[in-house]
Design a protein around this ligand. Sequence first.
Ligand code: BTN
Length: 234
Amino acid sequence: IDSTNAYAMSIIKKREAGEGTVILADFQTGGRGQKGNVWESQKGMNLTFSVILFPEFLEAGKQFYLLMSTSLGMIDLLKQAGIKAMIKWPNDICVSGKKISGILIENSLKGAYISSSIVGIGLNVNQTHYVTPGIMPTSVKLETGREMNCDILFSETLRHLTIWIRKLYRNEWPAIREKYLQHLWQYHKWSDYADSTGSFRGRITDILEGGELVIEKQNGIYEKYLFKEIEYGS
Ligand code: BTN
């Protein structure tokens, strides 16, 4: 198929999807990443899948919690595989600055609430060479030196995601937020950033309910940023 997210959307529209339906592809001809990028994944080498949810209780203003829960499921899965990963805000899963997993969540809204969510996840497993320019990828194999069985890893991934998505469904907001902050890359560390005014040094001090990143600049001013409004320095 072209993209598990696109396929998920088509079956939601046809009302053929139930809560927790998972679409898993061996290969996507049009795998989609954030910001309109393509998601590179060699046939049979990695996990590319989408989970369909209908979290109708979730206010649109709290949709970032679904992203946090998903990221934490991936962090726990990688920990089990012996990999210490961090979350690069908002939802890149990285090991020593290299991206091992990407998440693309597409929500549909009904009024002030979510009606359906497509949680698309790509996890680099056994691929060791990447051709897309401008990305610094890594994979489970590159990090551990071991080839992994994708089927076993997939069921473990779903197990860890279920644990965190259950916490979301039980409204365990503080547990999700705290663990996300614990695994947030560069949290409280002075680092280089760039926004529309240019480069600056700053440190991440908080994440707001809507997912905005709060950064304290060196001049003592706090700024909040939405996705795409800020870039990380090298
Ligand atoms: C990112 O750019 O970091 C997000 C990548 C998300 C890729 C996954 S692979 C499975 C699902 N289907 C898609 O087309 N994209 C997501």
